[in-house]
Design a protein around this ligand. Structure first.
Ligand code: SF4
Length: 467
Protein backbone atom coordinates (compact mmCIF):
# COMPACT_ATOMS: atom_id res chain seq x y z
CA UNK A 1 0.00 0.00 0.00
CA UNK A 2 1.17 3.58 -0.72
CA UNK A 3 2.28 5.85 2.11
CA UNK A 4 -0.52 7.81 3.79
CA UNK A 5 -0.95 11.36 2.56
CA UNK A 6 -2.70 12.42 5.78
CA UNK A 7 -1.31 12.27 9.29
CA UNK A 8 -4.70 11.85 10.90
CA UNK A 9 -7.34 9.24 10.14
CA UNK A 10 -10.20 10.63 8.07
CA UNK A 11 -13.41 8.63 7.81
CA UNK A 12 -11.96 5.28 8.94
CA UNK A 13 -12.92 2.13 7.12
CA UNK A 14 -14.25 0.57 10.35
CA UNK A 15 -16.66 1.16 13.23
CA UNK A 16 -16.17 1.06 16.96
CA UNK A 17 -15.53 -2.13 18.94
CA UNK A 18 -18.41 -1.85 21.49
CA UNK A 19 -20.75 -1.43 18.53
CA UNK A 20 -19.82 -4.90 17.27
CA UNK A 21 -20.14 -6.25 20.81
CA UNK A 22 -23.58 -4.68 21.25
CA UNK A 23 -24.93 -6.24 18.06
CA UNK A 24 -23.62 -9.64 19.19
CA UNK A 25 -25.26 -9.19 22.63
CA UNK A 26 -28.57 -8.40 20.94
CA UNK A 27 -28.32 -11.80 19.29
CA UNK A 28 -28.64 -13.60 22.65
CA UNK A 29 -32.16 -14.16 23.96
CA UNK A 30 -33.18 -11.68 26.66
CA UNK A 31 -29.75 -10.01 26.70
CA UNK A 32 -29.26 -6.27 26.90
CA UNK A 33 -25.96 -4.55 26.06
CA UNK A 34 -24.50 -2.23 28.67
CA UNK A 35 -21.66 0.02 27.52
CA UNK A 36 -19.30 1.06 30.31
CA UNK A 37 -18.44 4.63 29.36
CA UNK A 38 -20.06 7.87 28.30
CA UNK A 39 -23.58 8.40 26.94
CA UNK A 40 -21.98 9.50 23.66
CA UNK A 41 -20.61 6.02 22.97
CA UNK A 42 -23.98 4.32 23.41
CA UNK A 43 -25.69 7.03 21.34
CA UNK A 44 -23.23 6.45 18.51
CA UNK A 45 -23.94 2.72 18.63
CA UNK A 46 -27.71 3.24 18.72
CA UNK A 47 -27.51 5.63 15.76
CA UNK A 48 -25.66 3.12 13.56
CA UNK A 49 -27.80 0.19 14.65
CA UNK A 50 -31.09 1.98 14.14
CA UNK A 51 -30.18 3.40 10.72
CA UNK A 52 -29.20 -0.03 9.41
CA UNK A 53 -31.74 -2.32 11.11
CA UNK A 54 -34.49 0.32 11.26
CA UNK A 55 -35.59 -0.95 14.66
CA UNK A 56 -35.41 0.71 18.08
CA UNK A 57 -32.23 -0.58 19.76
CA UNK A 58 -31.76 0.03 23.46
CA UNK A 59 -28.11 0.19 24.47
CA UNK A 60 -27.68 0.89 28.19
CA UNK A 61 -24.83 3.06 29.44
CA UNK A 62 -23.03 3.45 32.74
CA UNK A 63 -23.14 7.14 31.92
CA UNK A 64 -19.72 8.50 32.77
CA UNK A 65 -19.50 12.08 33.94
CA UNK A 66 -16.36 14.17 34.42
CA UNK A 67 -16.02 12.93 38.02
CA UNK A 68 -16.29 9.24 37.05
CA UNK A 69 -13.58 9.87 34.46
CA UNK A 70 -11.36 11.06 37.31
CA UNK A 71 -12.39 8.93 40.28
CA UNK A 72 -13.49 5.76 38.47
CA UNK A 73 -16.79 4.43 37.19
CA UNK A 74 -17.35 1.48 39.54
CA UNK A 75 -20.41 2.97 41.23
CA UNK A 76 -21.85 4.01 37.86
CA UNK A 77 -21.49 0.47 36.58
CA UNK A 78 -23.09 -1.13 39.62
CA UNK A 79 -25.97 1.37 39.55
CA UNK A 80 -26.43 0.78 35.84
CA UNK A 81 -26.61 -3.00 36.33
CA UNK A 82 -29.18 -2.56 39.14
CA UNK A 83 -31.27 -0.12 37.06
CA UNK A 84 -31.19 -2.23 33.91
CA UNK A 85 -32.04 -5.37 35.90
CA UNK A 86 -35.07 -3.65 37.43
CA UNK A 87 -36.36 -1.87 34.34
CA UNK A 88 -35.79 -4.52 31.67
CA UNK A 89 -35.77 -7.75 33.71
CA UNK A 90 -33.30 -9.24 31.21
CA UNK A 91 -32.02 -12.81 31.27
CA UNK A 92 -28.50 -11.52 30.72
CA UNK A 93 -26.51 -8.29 30.60
CA UNK A 94 -23.54 -8.13 28.24
CA UNK A 95 -21.06 -5.46 29.29
CA UNK A 96 -18.67 -3.86 26.81
CA UNK A 97 -15.93 -1.44 27.79
CA UNK A 98 -15.11 1.72 25.83
CA UNK A 99 -12.02 3.73 24.92
CA UNK A 100 -12.42 5.88 28.03
CA UNK A 101 -12.96 3.12 30.59
CA UNK A 102 -10.09 1.09 29.07
CA UNK A 103 -7.73 4.08 29.04
CA UNK A 104 -8.54 4.66 32.71
CA UNK A 105 -7.76 1.02 33.44
CA UNK A 106 -11.19 0.27 34.91
CA UNK A 107 -11.18 -3.12 36.67
CA UNK A 108 -14.55 -4.34 35.46
CA UNK A 109 -14.23 -7.96 36.72
CA UNK A 110 -13.58 -6.56 40.21
CA UNK A 111 -16.67 -4.31 39.99
CA UNK A 112 -18.74 -7.31 38.93
CA UNK A 113 -17.49 -9.35 41.91
CA UNK A 114 -18.35 -6.45 44.22
CA UNK A 115 -21.82 -6.23 42.68
CA UNK A 116 -22.36 -9.98 43.14
CA UNK A 117 -21.15 -9.74 46.76
CA UNK A 118 -23.61 -6.91 47.44
CA UNK A 119 -26.43 -9.20 46.30
CA UNK A 120 -25.45 -12.13 48.54
CA UNK A 121 -28.59 -13.90 49.65
CA UNK A 122 -30.78 -12.39 46.90
CA UNK A 123 -32.06 -14.83 44.31
CA UNK A 124 -32.75 -14.34 40.59
CA UNK A 125 -31.30 -11.55 38.52
CA UNK A 126 -29.64 -11.66 35.14
CA UNK A 127 -26.46 -13.50 34.18
CA UNK A 128 -23.75 -10.88 33.69
CA UNK A 129 -20.78 -11.28 31.39
CA UNK A 130 -18.18 -8.91 30.05
CA UNK A 131 -16.12 -8.28 26.91
CA UNK A 132 -13.10 -5.98 26.85
CA UNK A 133 -13.58 -3.82 23.75
CA UNK A 134 -11.24 -0.81 23.55
CA UNK A 135 -11.91 0.76 20.18
CA UNK A 136 -8.46 2.28 19.83
CA UNK A 137 -6.98 -1.19 19.47
CA UNK A 138 -9.60 -2.86 17.33
CA UNK A 139 -12.59 -2.61 15.02
CA UNK A 140 -16.27 -3.46 15.37
CA UNK A 141 -15.37 -6.99 14.27
CA UNK A 142 -12.93 -7.36 17.15
CA UNK A 143 -15.71 -6.25 19.48
CA UNK A 144 -18.14 -8.67 17.86
CA UNK A 145 -15.78 -11.65 18.19
CA UNK A 146 -14.87 -10.67 21.76
CA UNK A 147 -18.56 -10.56 22.72
CA UNK A 148 -19.33 -13.94 21.14
CA UNK A 149 -16.31 -15.44 22.85
CA UNK A 150 -17.34 -13.91 26.22
CA UNK A 151 -20.87 -15.33 25.90
CA UNK A 152 -19.68 -18.81 24.92
CA UNK A 153 -17.10 -18.86 27.69
CA UNK A 154 -19.61 -17.60 30.26
CA UNK A 155 -22.38 -20.07 29.44
CA UNK A 156 -20.63 -23.08 27.91
CA UNK A 157 -17.50 -22.90 30.04
CA UNK A 158 -16.69 -24.95 33.11
CA UNK A 159 -17.99 -23.58 36.45
CA UNK A 160 -15.38 -21.70 38.43
CA UNK A 161 -13.84 -23.10 41.62
CA UNK A 162 -16.77 -21.80 43.73
CA UNK A 163 -19.34 -23.15 41.30
CA UNK A 164 -20.71 -19.61 41.28
CA UNK A 165 -19.89 -18.37 37.85
CA UNK A 166 -22.32 -16.85 35.41
CA UNK A 167 -23.79 -20.26 34.54
CA UNK A 168 -25.53 -20.48 37.89
CA UNK A 169 -27.05 -17.04 37.59
CA UNK A 170 -29.65 -17.91 34.97
CA UNK A 171 -32.60 -20.28 35.00
CA UNK A 172 -32.06 -21.52 31.44
CA UNK A 173 -30.66 -25.02 31.71
CA UNK A 174 -29.89 -27.33 28.79
CA UNK A 175 -32.43 -30.13 28.39
CA UNK A 176 -30.96 -33.42 29.62
CA UNK A 177 -31.87 -35.26 26.42
CA UNK A 178 -30.42 -32.63 24.07
CA UNK A 179 -29.28 -34.34 20.90
CA UNK A 180 -26.11 -33.45 19.08
CA UNK A 181 -26.22 -30.15 17.29
CA UNK A 182 -24.00 -28.14 14.94
CA UNK A 183 -22.57 -24.88 16.28
CA UNK A 184 -22.40 -22.08 13.74
CA UNK A 185 -20.43 -18.95 14.55
CA UNK A 186 -21.73 -16.77 11.77
CA UNK A 187 -19.74 -13.56 12.10
CA UNK A 188 -21.34 -10.16 11.60
CA UNK A 189 -23.71 -10.91 8.70
CA UNK A 190 -27.17 -9.67 7.73
CA UNK A 191 -30.38 -10.84 9.37
CA UNK A 192 -31.37 -12.46 6.06
CA UNK A 193 -28.01 -14.27 6.03
CA UNK A 194 -28.72 -15.63 9.53
CA UNK A 195 -32.09 -16.98 8.41
CA UNK A 196 -30.45 -18.53 5.34
CA UNK A 197 -27.72 -20.21 7.41
CA UNK A 198 -30.29 -21.73 9.77
CA UNK A 199 -32.38 -22.91 6.84
CA UNK A 200 -29.34 -24.53 5.21
CA UNK A 201 -28.16 -26.31 8.37
CA UNK A 202 -31.63 -27.59 9.23
CA UNK A 203 -32.13 -28.84 5.68
CA UNK A 204 -29.34 -31.35 6.46
CA UNK A 205 -31.52 -32.77 9.25
CA UNK A 206 -29.35 -31.20 11.95
CA UNK A 207 -30.19 -28.83 14.80
CA UNK A 208 -28.36 -25.53 14.54
CA UNK A 209 -26.91 -23.51 17.42
CA UNK A 210 -26.39 -20.20 15.69
CA UNK A 211 -24.43 -17.65 17.72
CA UNK A 212 -25.35 -14.87 17.74
CA UNK A 213 -28.80 -14.83 16.15
CA UNK A 214 -30.27 -11.33 15.85
CA UNK A 215 -32.46 -12.29 12.88
CA UNK A 216 -35.63 -11.77 14.97
CA UNK A 217 -34.50 -9.40 17.71
CA UNK A 218 -33.23 -6.85 15.15
CA UNK A 219 -35.49 -7.69 12.22
CA UNK A 220 -38.77 -9.01 13.59
CA UNK A 221 -42.38 -8.26 12.79
CA UNK A 222 -44.17 -5.08 13.87
CA UNK A 223 -45.36 -4.74 17.47
CA UNK A 224 -48.72 -3.68 18.87
CA UNK A 225 -47.00 -2.35 21.99
CA UNK A 226 -43.38 -1.44 22.59
CA UNK A 227 -41.21 -4.35 23.69
CA UNK A 228 -38.27 -3.45 25.87
CA UNK A 229 -36.56 -6.68 24.92
CA UNK A 230 -37.73 -7.95 21.54
CA UNK A 231 -38.23 -11.68 21.07
CA UNK A 232 -35.57 -13.77 19.39
CA UNK A 233 -31.91 -14.47 19.91
CA UNK A 234 -29.91 -17.60 20.66
CA UNK A 235 -31.30 -19.32 23.74
CA UNK A 236 -28.85 -19.37 26.65
CA UNK A 237 -29.66 -23.07 27.14
CA UNK A 238 -28.43 -23.66 23.57
CA UNK A 239 -25.20 -21.79 24.23
CA UNK A 240 -24.67 -24.01 27.28
CA UNK A 241 -25.01 -27.01 24.96
CA UNK A 242 -22.30 -25.85 22.55
CA UNK A 243 -19.66 -27.74 24.52
CA UNK A 244 -21.19 -31.07 23.54
CA UNK A 245 -22.11 -30.33 19.92
CA UNK A 246 -21.15 -32.60 17.02
CA UNK A 247 -18.96 -29.84 15.58
CA UNK A 248 -18.50 -26.13 15.03
CA UNK A 249 -18.31 -24.21 11.77
CA UNK A 250 -16.93 -20.71 12.29
CA UNK A 251 -16.76 -17.97 9.68
CA UNK A 252 -13.91 -16.11 11.30
CA UNK A 253 -10.70 -17.12 9.53
CA UNK A 254 -9.14 -13.67 9.84
CA UNK A 255 -9.92 -13.16 13.55
CA UNK A 256 -7.22 -13.31 16.21
CA UNK A 257 -6.90 -16.80 17.64
CA UNK A 258 -7.66 -15.70 21.20
CA UNK A 259 -11.03 -14.32 20.04
CA UNK A 260 -12.28 -17.43 18.28
CA UNK A 261 -14.89 -19.25 20.33
CA UNK A 262 -14.89 -22.26 17.99
CA UNK A 263 -11.18 -22.93 18.52
CA UNK A 264 -11.69 -22.51 22.26
CA UNK A 265 -14.55 -25.08 22.31
CA UNK A 266 -12.26 -27.46 20.43
CA UNK A 267 -9.40 -26.96 22.88
CA UNK A 268 -11.48 -27.09 26.06
CA UNK A 269 -14.14 -29.67 25.16
CA UNK A 270 -12.89 -31.49 22.06
CA UNK A 271 -15.71 -30.16 19.82
CA UNK A 272 -14.06 -30.19 16.37
CA UNK A 273 -13.97 -26.77 14.72
CA UNK A 274 -13.86 -26.07 10.97
CA UNK A 275 -12.97 -22.41 10.31
CA UNK A 276 -14.26 -21.45 6.85
CA UNK A 277 -14.43 -18.34 4.70
CA UNK A 278 -17.89 -16.79 4.63
CA UNK A 279 -19.78 -18.84 2.02
CA UNK A 280 -20.00 -16.36 -0.85
CA UNK A 281 -19.41 -17.80 -4.34
CA UNK A 282 -19.66 -21.39 -5.47
CA UNK A 283 -16.31 -22.62 -4.19
CA UNK A 284 -16.68 -21.31 -0.63
CA UNK A 285 -20.35 -22.37 -0.43
CA UNK A 286 -19.42 -25.85 -1.64
CA UNK A 287 -16.93 -26.09 1.23
CA UNK A 288 -19.64 -25.08 3.72
CA UNK A 289 -22.06 -27.68 2.33
CA UNK A 290 -19.38 -30.41 2.29
CA UNK A 291 -18.63 -29.69 5.94
CA UNK A 292 -22.32 -29.81 6.87
CA UNK A 293 -22.67 -33.08 5.01
CA UNK A 294 -19.66 -34.53 6.85
CA UNK A 295 -20.81 -33.45 10.33
CA UNK A 296 -24.47 -34.35 9.87
CA UNK A 297 -23.74 -37.57 7.98
CA UNK A 298 -26.37 -36.62 5.41
CA UNK A 299 -25.99 -35.81 1.69
CA UNK A 300 -26.57 -32.34 0.26
CA UNK A 301 -30.37 -31.95 -0.15
CA UNK A 302 -31.57 -31.87 -3.74
CA UNK A 303 -33.04 -28.37 -3.41
CA UNK A 304 -29.52 -26.97 -2.99
CA UNK A 305 -28.18 -28.94 -5.95
CA UNK A 306 -30.83 -27.26 -8.07
CA UNK A 307 -30.10 -23.81 -6.58
CA UNK A 308 -26.40 -24.34 -7.30
CA UNK A 309 -27.27 -25.28 -10.88
CA UNK A 310 -29.26 -22.05 -11.31
CA UNK A 311 -26.28 -20.08 -9.99
CA UNK A 312 -23.92 -21.69 -12.51
CA UNK A 313 -26.41 -20.91 -15.27
CA UNK A 314 -26.50 -17.27 -14.14
CA UNK A 315 -22.68 -17.11 -14.16
CA UNK A 316 -22.74 -18.33 -17.78
CA UNK A 317 -25.45 -15.83 -18.77
CA UNK A 318 -23.77 -12.87 -17.10
CA UNK A 319 -20.12 -13.64 -17.77
CA UNK A 320 -19.88 -11.19 -20.69
CA UNK A 321 -20.74 -8.29 -18.37
CA UNK A 322 -18.17 -9.19 -15.71
CA UNK A 323 -15.21 -10.65 -17.53
CA UNK A 324 -12.10 -8.50 -17.30
CA UNK A 325 -13.69 -5.90 -15.01
CA UNK A 326 -11.91 -4.44 -11.97
CA UNK A 327 -13.34 -3.82 -8.52
CA UNK A 328 -12.57 -2.03 -5.25
CA UNK A 329 -13.71 -3.92 -2.14
CA UNK A 330 -13.71 -2.66 1.44
CA UNK A 331 -15.16 -3.51 4.85
CA UNK A 332 -14.42 -5.97 7.64
CA UNK A 333 -11.69 -8.48 6.86
CA UNK A 334 -13.72 -11.70 6.56
CA UNK A 335 -16.26 -9.94 4.38
CA UNK A 336 -13.60 -8.49 2.06
CA UNK A 337 -11.96 -11.92 1.78
CA UNK A 338 -15.27 -13.56 0.88
CA UNK A 339 -16.18 -10.90 -1.68
CA UNK A 340 -12.72 -11.06 -3.23
CA UNK A 341 -13.02 -14.83 -3.62
CA UNK A 342 -16.43 -14.37 -5.24
CA UNK A 343 -15.21 -11.65 -7.63
CA UNK A 344 -12.22 -13.76 -8.58
CA UNK A 345 -14.60 -16.60 -9.36
CA UNK A 346 -16.77 -14.50 -11.72
CA UNK A 347 -13.86 -13.00 -13.66
CA UNK A 348 -13.62 -9.63 -11.90
CA UNK A 349 -10.20 -8.68 -10.52
CA UNK A 350 -10.31 -7.19 -7.02
CA UNK A 351 -7.70 -4.44 -7.53
CA UNK A 352 -8.01 -2.77 -4.11
CA UNK A 353 -8.94 -4.63 -0.92
CA UNK A 354 -9.35 -2.24 2.00
CA UNK A 355 -10.18 -2.65 5.66
CA UNK A 356 -9.89 -0.52 8.77
CA UNK A 357 -8.34 -3.40 10.70
CA UNK A 358 -4.64 -3.88 11.42
CA UNK A 359 -4.36 -7.52 10.53
CA UNK A 360 -1.06 -9.19 9.60
CA UNK A 361 -2.99 -12.23 8.29
CA UNK A 362 -5.10 -10.22 5.89
CA UNK A 363 -2.77 -10.06 2.83
CA UNK A 364 -1.94 -13.73 3.14
CA UNK A 365 -5.62 -14.77 3.38
CA UNK A 366 -6.46 -12.50 0.46
CA UNK A 367 -3.88 -14.09 -1.83
CA UNK A 368 -5.34 -17.50 -0.98
CA UNK A 369 -8.88 -16.24 -1.61
CA UNK A 370 -8.31 -14.90 -5.12
CA UNK A 371 -5.88 -17.27 -6.88
CA UNK A 372 -7.12 -16.58 -10.43
CA UNK A 373 -6.73 -12.81 -10.49
CA UNK A 374 -4.44 -11.39 -13.14
CA UNK A 375 -2.86 -8.99 -10.69
CA UNK A 376 -2.50 -8.99 -6.92
CA UNK A 377 -4.81 -6.45 -5.24
CA UNK A 378 -3.38 -3.45 -3.45
CA UNK A 379 -3.97 -4.33 0.18
CA UNK A 380 -5.00 -1.35 2.29
CA UNK A 381 -5.35 -2.50 5.88
CA UNK A 382 -5.64 -0.13 8.86
CA UNK A 383 -7.09 2.23 6.28
CA UNK A 384 -9.42 5.20 5.96
CA UNK A 385 -11.45 6.33 2.96
CA UNK A 386 -9.02 9.17 2.12
CA UNK A 387 -6.29 6.58 1.65
CA UNK A 388 -8.56 4.28 -0.34
CA UNK A 389 -9.46 7.19 -2.61
CA UNK A 390 -5.83 8.12 -3.22
CA UNK A 391 -4.98 4.52 -4.09
CA UNK A 392 -8.07 3.99 -6.21
CA UNK A 393 -7.52 7.04 -8.46
CA UNK A 394 -5.04 5.13 -10.63
CA UNK A 395 -6.67 1.75 -10.55
CA UNK A 396 -9.05 2.03 -13.49
CA UNK A 397 -11.73 0.26 -11.50
CA UNK A 398 -15.20 -0.38 -12.89
CA UNK A 399 -17.07 -1.07 -9.68
CA UNK A 400 -17.01 -0.68 -5.89
CA UNK A 401 -18.48 -3.13 -3.38
CA UNK A 402 -18.93 -2.26 0.29
CA UNK A 403 -21.13 -0.57 2.86
CA UNK A 404 -22.71 2.89 2.81
CA UNK A 405 -19.61 4.50 4.32
CA UNK A 406 -18.03 4.28 0.84
CA UNK A 407 -20.69 6.42 -0.80
CA UNK A 408 -18.39 9.46 -1.14
CA UNK A 409 -15.61 7.28 -2.49
CA UNK A 410 -17.95 6.06 -5.24
CA UNK A 411 -19.18 9.60 -5.89
CA UNK A 412 -15.64 10.95 -6.19
CA UNK A 413 -14.58 8.17 -8.51
CA UNK A 414 -17.88 8.26 -10.44
CA UNK A 415 -18.20 4.50 -10.11
CA UNK A 416 -21.23 2.35 -9.30
CA UNK A 417 -21.43 1.20 -5.68
CA UNK A 418 -22.95 -2.20 -4.92
CA UNK A 419 -24.05 -1.93 -1.30
CA UNK A 420 -23.23 -4.89 0.92
CA UNK A 421 -22.23 -5.59 4.51
CA UNK A 422 -22.74 -3.19 7.44
CA UNK A 423 -23.85 -0.42 7.66
CA UNK A 424 -26.22 0.14 4.75
CA UNK A 425 -28.17 3.19 5.84
CA UNK A 426 -28.73 5.08 2.60
CA UNK A 427 -30.97 2.42 1.07
CA UNK A 428 -33.96 0.44 2.29
CA UNK A 429 -33.48 -3.20 3.23
CA UNK A 430 -29.79 -3.09 4.22
CA UNK A 431 -30.42 -5.62 6.98
CA UNK A 432 -32.15 -7.95 4.53
CA UNK A 433 -29.42 -8.10 1.88
CA UNK A 434 -28.67 -11.77 1.33
CA UNK A 435 -24.96 -12.40 0.73
CA UNK A 436 -24.42 -16.02 1.76
CA UNK A 437 -24.92 -19.43 0.21
CA UNK A 438 -25.90 -20.16 -3.39
CA UNK A 439 -28.97 -17.93 -3.13
CA UNK A 440 -27.03 -15.02 -1.64
CA UNK A 441 -24.32 -15.37 -4.29
CA UNK A 442 -26.96 -15.34 -7.03
CA UNK A 443 -28.45 -12.17 -5.61
CA UNK A 444 -25.00 -10.51 -5.37
CA UNK A 445 -24.12 -11.64 -8.88
CA UNK A 446 -27.30 -10.03 -10.27
CA UNK A 447 -26.54 -6.80 -8.37
CA UNK A 448 -22.97 -6.69 -9.72
CA UNK A 449 -24.05 -7.36 -13.33
CA UNK A 450 -26.88 -4.83 -13.12
CA UNK A 451 -24.57 -2.15 -11.68
CA UNK A 452 -22.13 -2.69 -14.57
CA UNK A 453 -24.94 -2.65 -17.12
CA UNK A 454 -26.39 0.56 -15.69
CA UNK A 455 -22.95 2.22 -15.75
CA UNK A 456 -22.59 1.25 -19.41
CA UNK A 457 -26.01 2.69 -20.24
CA UNK A 458 -25.28 5.94 -18.44
CA UNK A 459 -21.81 6.47 -19.90
CA UNK A 460 -22.79 5.90 -23.55
CA UNK A 461 -23.99 9.04 -25.32
CA UNK A 462 -26.88 7.31 -27.01
CA UNK A 463 -27.55 4.90 -24.15
CA UNK A 464 -28.33 1.23 -24.52
CA UNK A 465 -31.77 -0.28 -24.51
CA UNK A 466 -30.64 -3.81 -25.16
CA UNK A 467 -27.38 -5.04 -23.64
S1 SF4 B 1 -15.01 6.91 22.17
FE1 SF4 B 1 -14.33 4.83 21.56
S2 SF4 B 1 -15.90 3.47 22.36
FE2 SF4 B 1 -16.81 5.53 22.39
S3 SF4 B 1 -17.88 5.69 20.42
FE3 SF4 B 1 -15.83 6.53 20.11
S4 SF4 B 1 -14.63 4.81 19.30
FE4 SF4 B 1 -16.49 3.94 20.26
Amino acid sequence: MKGKEFVSTRNPCKLCAPLGASIAFRGIEGCIPLVHGSQGCSTYIRRYGISHFREPIDIASSNFTESSAIFGGGENLKNAIANVSKQYEPKAIGIASTCLSETMGENIPMYLSQYEASRKGESGGPAIFYASTPSYSGTHMDGFHQAVFAAVKAFAGKPDENGENVQAACDDQPPADARKKINILSGFVSTEDLREIRDIVESFGADCILVPDYSESLDGSSWETYQKLPEGGTKIADIRNMNRAAGTISFDVSAREDRRAGLWLEKEFGVPCAPLYLPVGIEQTDKFFDELSRISGNPVPEKWTKTRGRLIDAYIDGHKYCSGKRAIVYGEEDFVLALSAFLDEIGITPVVAATGAKNPQFAHCLAAASPNSREAPVVADDSDFETVLSIAQDMKADLIIGNSKGYHLARNLKLPLVRAGFPVHDRMGGQRILHLGYRGTLSLFDSVCNALMQAKQESAESGWTYI
